[in-house]
Design a protein around this ligand. Structure first.
Ligand SMILES: *Cc1c(COP(=O)(O)O)cnc(C)c1O
Length: 383
Protein backbone atom coordinates (compact mmCIF):
# COMPACT_ATOMS: atom_id res chain seq x y z
CA UNK A 1 0.00 0.00 0.00
CA UNK A 2 1.36 3.37 -0.94
CA UNK A 3 1.86 5.61 2.04
CA UNK A 4 1.91 8.48 -0.39
CA UNK A 5 -1.78 8.43 -1.15
CA UNK A 6 -3.05 5.74 1.20
CA UNK A 7 -4.85 4.00 -1.60
CA UNK A 8 -4.08 0.49 -2.78
CA UNK A 9 -4.74 0.95 -6.51
CA UNK A 10 -4.32 4.62 -7.42
CA UNK A 11 -0.70 5.29 -8.35
CA UNK A 12 1.35 8.22 -7.12
CA UNK A 13 1.40 9.89 -10.52
CA UNK A 14 -2.36 9.75 -10.75
CA UNK A 15 -2.77 11.60 -7.48
CA UNK A 16 -5.53 14.10 -7.92
CA UNK A 17 -6.58 15.37 -4.52
CA UNK A 18 -5.67 19.04 -4.03
CA UNK A 19 -5.52 18.72 -0.24
CA UNK A 20 -2.19 17.36 0.94
CA UNK A 21 0.42 17.41 3.64
CA UNK A 22 3.95 18.31 2.54
CA UNK A 23 6.82 17.19 4.74
CA UNK A 24 10.25 18.75 4.23
CA UNK A 25 12.78 16.02 4.94
CA UNK A 26 15.63 18.56 4.95
CA UNK A 27 14.00 20.30 7.89
CA UNK A 28 13.58 16.95 9.66
CA UNK A 29 17.25 16.24 9.06
CA UNK A 30 18.31 19.59 10.47
CA UNK A 31 16.10 19.11 13.56
CA UNK A 32 17.48 15.61 14.13
CA UNK A 33 21.07 16.80 13.81
CA UNK A 34 20.45 19.55 16.36
CA UNK A 35 18.78 17.20 18.82
CA UNK A 36 21.68 14.76 18.54
CA UNK A 37 24.19 17.52 19.08
CA UNK A 38 22.27 18.70 22.14
CA UNK A 39 22.13 15.31 23.85
CA UNK A 40 25.74 14.30 23.27
CA UNK A 41 26.47 10.60 23.66
CA UNK A 42 23.02 9.21 24.43
CA UNK A 43 21.27 7.08 21.87
CA UNK A 44 18.11 8.36 20.19
CA UNK A 45 14.77 6.61 19.72
CA UNK A 46 12.55 8.71 17.44
CA UNK A 47 8.98 8.10 18.61
CA UNK A 48 6.79 7.64 15.52
CA UNK A 49 3.42 6.72 16.96
CA UNK A 50 0.11 7.87 15.47
CA UNK A 51 1.36 7.92 11.89
CA UNK A 52 4.56 9.68 12.98
CA UNK A 53 2.61 12.55 14.50
CA UNK A 54 0.67 12.80 11.25
CA UNK A 55 3.78 12.95 9.05
CA UNK A 56 3.35 9.43 7.59
CA UNK A 57 4.78 6.47 9.48
CA UNK A 58 6.35 4.46 6.68
CA UNK A 59 8.34 7.21 4.94
CA UNK A 60 9.36 8.84 8.22
CA UNK A 61 10.55 5.53 9.68
CA UNK A 62 12.60 4.94 6.52
CA UNK A 63 14.05 8.44 6.95
CA UNK A 64 15.17 7.80 10.54
CA UNK A 65 16.60 4.42 9.67
CA UNK A 66 18.62 6.13 6.92
CA UNK A 67 19.66 8.75 9.50
CA UNK A 68 20.94 5.86 11.61
CA UNK A 69 18.71 6.47 14.59
CA UNK A 70 19.50 3.84 17.21
CA UNK A 71 15.99 2.63 17.84
CA UNK A 72 12.45 3.39 16.70
CA UNK A 73 9.46 3.75 19.02
CA UNK A 74 5.78 3.20 18.22
CA UNK A 75 2.70 2.89 20.41
CA UNK A 76 0.87 -0.21 19.20
CA UNK A 77 1.92 -3.54 17.73
CA UNK A 78 0.20 -2.86 14.38
CA UNK A 79 2.48 0.13 13.85
CA UNK A 80 5.49 -2.08 14.54
CA UNK A 81 4.31 -4.77 12.12
CA UNK A 82 3.78 -2.14 9.40
CA UNK A 83 7.41 -1.10 9.82
CA UNK A 84 8.60 -4.70 9.44
CA UNK A 85 6.36 -5.26 6.42
CA UNK A 86 7.88 -2.24 4.72
CA UNK A 87 11.40 -3.47 5.29
CA UNK A 88 12.53 -1.59 8.40
CA UNK A 89 15.22 -3.67 10.10
CA UNK A 90 15.86 -1.32 13.04
CA UNK A 91 15.08 -2.32 16.60
CA UNK A 92 11.50 -1.22 17.28
CA UNK A 93 10.08 -0.77 20.77
CA UNK A 94 6.30 -0.81 21.13
CA UNK A 95 5.76 1.61 23.98
CA UNK A 96 2.13 0.79 24.76
CA UNK A 97 0.59 -2.01 26.77
CA UNK A 98 0.07 -5.52 25.46
CA UNK A 99 -2.62 -8.16 25.39
CA UNK A 100 -1.48 -11.73 26.03
CA UNK A 101 -2.62 -12.96 22.64
CA UNK A 102 -0.50 -10.31 20.88
CA UNK A 103 2.77 -11.72 22.22
CA UNK A 104 3.31 -14.21 19.35
CA UNK A 105 2.91 -11.33 16.89
CA UNK A 106 5.58 -9.31 18.65
CA UNK A 107 7.97 -12.23 18.58
CA UNK A 108 7.24 -13.21 15.01
CA UNK A 109 8.06 -9.67 13.84
CA UNK A 110 11.06 -9.17 16.11
CA UNK A 111 9.44 -6.26 17.96
CA UNK A 112 10.62 -5.28 21.43
CA UNK A 113 7.93 -5.56 24.08
CA UNK A 114 7.17 -3.18 26.92
CA UNK A 115 6.84 -5.42 29.97
CA UNK A 116 4.72 -3.68 32.56
CA UNK A 117 3.97 -6.30 35.23
CA UNK A 118 5.30 -9.59 36.61
CA UNK A 119 2.30 -11.33 35.07
CA UNK A 120 3.12 -10.03 31.62
CA UNK A 121 6.76 -11.01 32.06
CA UNK A 122 5.64 -14.56 32.70
CA UNK A 123 3.33 -14.60 29.71
CA UNK A 124 6.08 -13.27 27.45
CA UNK A 125 8.56 -15.78 28.86
CA UNK A 126 6.21 -18.72 28.26
CA UNK A 127 5.36 -17.68 24.72
CA UNK A 128 9.04 -17.19 23.92
CA UNK A 129 9.79 -20.66 25.25
CA UNK A 130 7.08 -22.20 23.09
CA UNK A 131 8.39 -20.36 20.04
CA UNK A 132 11.97 -21.27 20.97
CA UNK A 133 13.24 -17.69 20.77
CA UNK A 134 14.38 -15.00 23.15
CA UNK A 135 11.94 -12.15 23.63
CA UNK A 136 13.42 -8.66 23.85
CA UNK A 137 11.79 -6.59 26.55
CA UNK A 138 12.10 -3.14 28.07
CA UNK A 139 10.87 -2.97 31.66
CA UNK A 140 8.37 -0.20 32.28
CA UNK A 141 8.55 1.55 35.63
CA UNK A 142 5.83 3.91 36.78
CA UNK A 143 7.57 6.77 38.55
CA UNK A 144 4.50 8.98 38.74
CA UNK A 145 2.42 8.89 35.57
CA UNK A 146 -0.01 6.24 36.89
CA UNK A 147 -0.67 4.93 33.43
CA UNK A 148 1.42 1.88 32.68
CA UNK A 149 4.23 0.09 34.46
CA UNK A 150 5.24 -1.29 37.82
CA UNK A 151 5.15 1.29 40.60
CA UNK A 152 8.60 2.53 41.57
CA UNK A 153 8.07 1.21 45.12
CA UNK A 154 7.52 -2.35 43.79
CA UNK A 155 10.19 -2.26 41.14
CA UNK A 156 12.78 -4.40 42.90
CA UNK A 157 10.61 -7.53 42.81
CA UNK A 158 9.81 -6.82 39.19
CA UNK A 159 13.50 -6.62 38.30
CA UNK A 160 14.24 -9.83 40.17
CA UNK A 161 11.46 -11.60 38.30
CA UNK A 162 12.67 -10.28 34.96
CA UNK A 163 16.19 -11.58 35.43
CA UNK A 164 14.85 -15.02 36.39
CA UNK A 165 12.99 -15.43 33.09
CA UNK A 166 15.23 -17.58 30.91
CA UNK A 167 13.62 -16.75 27.60
CA UNK A 168 13.84 -12.99 27.94
CA UNK A 169 16.52 -10.55 27.01
CA UNK A 170 16.11 -7.51 29.25
CA UNK A 171 17.33 -4.95 26.79
CA UNK A 172 16.03 -1.79 28.46
CA UNK A 173 14.36 -0.20 31.44
CA UNK A 174 12.33 2.96 31.17
CA UNK A 175 9.86 5.38 32.66
CA UNK A 176 7.91 8.35 31.39
CA UNK A 177 7.62 11.98 32.51
CA UNK A 178 4.23 13.46 33.28
CA UNK A 179 5.19 17.18 33.19
CA UNK A 180 8.62 17.56 31.65
CA UNK A 181 7.40 20.36 29.34
CA UNK A 182 6.22 22.48 32.26
CA UNK A 183 8.10 25.47 33.65
CA UNK A 184 7.87 23.91 37.13
CA UNK A 185 10.13 20.85 37.15
CA UNK A 186 9.48 19.76 40.74
CA UNK A 187 7.48 16.70 39.77
CA UNK A 188 9.89 15.71 36.99
CA UNK A 189 12.75 15.89 39.45
CA UNK A 190 10.84 13.67 41.86
CA UNK A 191 10.24 11.16 39.06
CA UNK A 192 13.90 11.33 38.14
CA UNK A 193 14.91 10.68 41.74
CA UNK A 194 12.64 7.63 41.89
CA UNK A 195 14.02 6.33 38.61
CA UNK A 196 17.62 6.79 39.75
CA UNK A 197 16.89 4.90 42.93
CA UNK A 198 15.60 1.92 40.96
CA UNK A 199 18.61 2.02 38.67
CA UNK A 200 20.91 1.57 41.67
CA UNK A 201 19.65 -2.06 41.66
CA UNK A 202 22.04 -2.88 38.83
CA UNK A 203 25.07 -1.61 40.65
CA UNK A 204 24.00 -3.34 43.88
CA UNK A 205 23.69 -6.68 42.10
CA UNK A 206 26.61 -6.16 39.75
CA UNK A 207 24.39 -6.48 36.72
CA UNK A 208 25.34 -4.61 33.58
CA UNK A 209 22.47 -2.09 33.27
CA UNK A 210 20.31 -2.36 30.14
CA UNK A 211 19.36 0.73 28.10
CA UNK A 212 18.01 3.27 30.59
CA UNK A 213 15.63 5.91 29.22
CA UNK A 214 13.01 8.36 30.44
CA UNK A 215 13.21 11.61 28.45
CA UNK A 216 10.58 12.77 25.96
CA UNK A 217 10.82 16.14 24.16
CA UNK A 218 10.22 18.13 27.37
CA UNK A 219 12.94 16.20 29.18
CA UNK A 220 15.41 16.60 26.31
CA UNK A 221 14.85 20.36 26.32
CA UNK A 222 14.87 20.92 30.06
CA UNK A 223 16.45 18.02 31.95
CA UNK A 224 19.87 17.13 30.53
CA UNK A 225 20.54 14.98 33.63
CA UNK A 226 17.72 12.70 32.43
CA UNK A 227 19.34 11.70 29.12
CA UNK A 228 20.74 8.39 30.46
CA UNK A 229 21.55 5.88 27.69
CA UNK A 230 18.81 6.91 25.31
CA UNK A 231 16.20 9.65 24.77
CA UNK A 232 12.78 9.39 23.15
CA UNK A 233 11.91 12.57 21.23
CA UNK A 234 8.50 12.75 19.57
CA UNK A 235 6.97 16.08 18.74
CA UNK A 236 10.24 18.01 18.69
CA UNK A 237 11.55 15.88 15.81
CA UNK A 238 8.84 17.53 13.75
CA UNK A 239 9.81 21.04 14.79
CA UNK A 240 7.04 21.70 17.29
CA UNK A 241 7.75 22.45 20.96
CA UNK A 242 5.82 20.35 23.49
CA UNK A 243 4.42 23.42 25.28
CA UNK A 244 4.44 27.19 25.23
CA UNK A 245 6.49 27.58 28.39
CA UNK A 246 9.13 24.91 27.72
CA UNK A 247 12.71 26.22 27.48
CA UNK A 248 13.67 26.30 23.83
CA UNK A 249 17.19 24.97 24.31
CA UNK A 250 17.23 23.36 20.86
CA UNK A 251 16.24 25.39 17.84
CA UNK A 252 13.85 23.40 15.68
CA UNK A 253 11.63 24.19 12.71
CA UNK A 254 8.26 22.78 11.65
CA UNK A 255 8.59 20.26 8.85
CA UNK A 256 4.94 20.01 7.88
CA UNK A 257 2.78 22.20 5.66
CA UNK A 258 -0.89 21.38 5.20
CA UNK A 259 -2.11 22.73 1.88
CA UNK A 260 -5.03 22.72 -0.44
CA UNK A 261 -6.26 24.60 -3.51
CA UNK A 262 -9.12 26.95 -4.25
CA UNK A 263 -11.65 24.85 -6.16
CA UNK A 264 -14.65 27.17 -6.38
CA UNK A 265 -15.29 30.92 -6.43
CA UNK A 266 -18.56 32.78 -5.94
CA UNK A 267 -20.07 36.00 -4.67
CA UNK A 268 -22.48 35.54 -1.79
CA UNK A 269 -25.37 37.98 -1.77
CA UNK A 270 -26.45 39.86 1.37
CA UNK A 271 -28.56 37.93 3.87
CA UNK A 272 -27.48 34.50 2.62
CA UNK A 273 -26.23 32.05 5.26
CA UNK A 274 -23.21 29.80 4.71
CA UNK A 275 -22.89 26.13 5.64
CA UNK A 276 -24.63 23.68 7.97
CA UNK A 277 -26.80 25.24 10.64
CA UNK A 278 -26.82 28.55 8.74
CA UNK A 279 -24.74 30.01 11.55
CA UNK A 280 -22.97 32.73 9.56
CA UNK A 281 -24.77 35.20 7.34
CA UNK A 282 -23.60 37.94 5.00
CA UNK A 283 -24.96 41.48 5.24
CA UNK A 284 -23.24 42.66 2.08
CA UNK A 285 -21.82 41.13 -1.08
CA UNK A 286 -18.94 38.85 -0.12
CA UNK A 287 -16.41 37.20 -2.39
CA UNK A 288 -15.84 33.68 -1.17
CA UNK A 289 -14.03 30.49 -2.17
CA UNK A 290 -14.52 26.85 -1.29
CA UNK A 291 -11.60 24.64 -0.26
CA UNK A 292 -11.89 20.83 -0.22
CA UNK A 293 -10.84 20.03 3.35
CA UNK A 294 -12.98 19.37 6.41
CA UNK A 295 -13.24 17.65 9.73
CA UNK A 296 -13.14 14.31 7.87
CA UNK A 297 -9.52 15.22 7.14
CA UNK A 298 -8.83 16.40 10.68
CA UNK A 299 -9.56 20.08 10.07
CA UNK A 300 -11.38 20.34 13.35
CA UNK A 301 -14.93 21.60 13.54
CA UNK A 302 -14.15 23.18 16.90
CA UNK A 303 -12.12 25.87 15.09
CA UNK A 304 -15.44 27.39 14.05
CA UNK A 305 -15.33 31.22 14.08
CA UNK A 306 -11.56 31.28 14.69
CA UNK A 307 -9.80 29.51 11.82
CA UNK A 308 -7.91 31.38 9.12
CA UNK A 309 -6.06 30.28 6.00
CA UNK A 310 -3.42 31.91 3.80
CA UNK A 311 -4.22 32.58 0.13
CA UNK A 312 -1.92 34.66 -2.08
CA UNK A 313 -0.04 36.03 0.91
CA UNK A 314 -3.13 37.16 2.84
CA UNK A 315 -4.88 35.62 5.82
CA UNK A 316 -8.62 35.10 5.38
CA UNK A 317 -11.22 33.71 7.80
CA UNK A 318 -13.18 30.48 7.46
CA UNK A 319 -16.91 31.29 7.49
CA UNK A 320 -19.76 29.03 8.54
CA UNK A 321 -19.22 25.67 10.19
CA UNK A 322 -16.47 23.33 9.01
CA UNK A 323 -18.12 20.55 6.97
CA UNK A 324 -16.81 17.02 6.73
CA UNK A 325 -15.10 17.68 3.40
CA UNK A 326 -15.21 21.41 2.68
CA UNK A 327 -14.73 24.86 4.12
CA UNK A 328 -15.69 28.29 2.82
CA UNK A 329 -13.32 31.24 3.01
CA UNK A 330 -14.31 34.90 3.11
CA UNK A 331 -12.13 36.96 0.77
CA UNK A 332 -14.23 40.10 1.33
CA UNK A 333 -12.95 42.21 -1.57
CA UNK A 334 -9.75 40.17 -2.05
CA UNK A 335 -9.25 37.93 -5.02
CA UNK A 336 -8.33 34.34 -5.66
CA UNK A 337 -8.71 32.03 -8.62
CA UNK A 338 -9.44 28.37 -8.93
CA UNK A 339 -6.16 26.53 -8.47
CA UNK A 340 -4.61 29.12 -6.14
CA UNK A 341 -2.77 27.59 -3.21
CA UNK A 342 -4.37 27.61 0.25
CA UNK A 343 -2.20 27.13 3.34
CA UNK A 344 -4.10 25.62 6.23
CA UNK A 345 -1.10 25.06 8.49
CA UNK A 346 2.46 26.15 7.83
CA UNK A 347 4.12 29.01 6.01
CA UNK A 348 4.20 30.50 2.51
CA UNK A 349 7.61 31.97 3.27
CA UNK A 350 6.17 35.30 4.49
CA UNK A 351 3.04 34.55 6.48
CA UNK A 352 2.59 31.56 8.69
CA UNK A 353 -0.04 29.66 10.60
CA UNK A 354 1.65 27.71 13.38
CA UNK A 355 0.57 24.45 14.90
CA UNK A 356 0.23 26.27 18.25
CA UNK A 357 -2.11 28.81 16.65
CA UNK A 358 -4.32 26.12 15.14
CA UNK A 359 -4.35 24.27 18.47
CA UNK A 360 -5.42 27.51 20.14
CA UNK A 361 -8.38 27.87 17.74
CA UNK A 362 -9.45 24.32 18.47
CA UNK A 363 -8.91 24.55 22.23
CA UNK A 364 -6.35 21.75 22.21
CA UNK A 365 -2.59 21.09 22.06
CA UNK A 366 -0.39 20.86 18.93
CA UNK A 367 -0.03 17.08 19.41
CA UNK A 368 -3.74 16.61 18.80
CA UNK A 369 -3.75 18.79 15.67
CA UNK A 370 -0.91 16.84 14.04
CA UNK A 371 -2.14 13.37 14.94
CA UNK A 372 -5.65 14.18 13.75
CA UNK A 373 -4.67 14.88 10.16
CA UNK A 374 -6.45 11.91 8.68
CA UNK A 375 -4.79 9.25 6.53
CA UNK A 376 -7.17 10.37 3.75
CA UNK A 377 -4.86 13.35 3.26
CA UNK A 378 -1.95 12.32 1.01
CA UNK A 379 1.55 12.94 2.35
CA UNK A 380 4.09 14.33 -0.06
CA UNK A 381 7.80 14.44 0.78
CA UNK A 382 10.32 17.08 -0.18
CA UNK A 383 13.67 15.28 -0.35
C1 LIG B 1 4.79 9.82 23.05
C2 LIG B 1 5.89 9.33 23.87
C3 LIG B 1 7.15 9.94 23.79
C4 LIG B 1 7.43 11.18 22.98
O1 LIG B 1 6.81 12.28 23.58
P1 LIG B 1 6.99 13.77 23.03
O2 LIG B 1 6.40 14.62 24.09
O3 LIG B 1 6.23 13.84 21.76
O4 LIG B 1 8.44 13.97 22.84
C5 LIG B 1 8.17 9.37 24.54
N1 LIG B 1 7.95 8.28 25.31
C6 LIG B 1 6.75 7.68 25.41
C7 LIG B 1 6.57 6.50 26.30
C8 LIG B 1 5.67 8.20 24.71
O5 LIG B 1 4.48 7.61 24.82
Amino acid sequence: MSQYINHPTISETEIIRPTRVEVDLNVLKENFTRIKKHIGNSKVMPVLKANAYGHGLVRIAKFYSEMKADYLGVAVVEEGILLRETGIKHPVLVLGGIWGNQIPLFLKHDLTITASSIDKLKQINETAEQMKIKAKVHLKIDTGMERLGVHYYNAEKFLEAAYKCKNLKVEGIFSHFANSESSDLTYSNLQLERFNEILSYFEKHSIEPPLRHISNSGGILQLPEANFDMVRPGIMLFGVYPSKEVKRTVEIKPALTWKSLVVYFKVIKPNHPVGYGSTWKTDHNVRAVTVPVGYGDGYLRSMFKKAKVIINGEKYPVIGTVSMDQIVINLEQGSAFNGDEVILLGSDGKNSITCEEVAGWAGTIPYEILTNINTRVPRVYKE
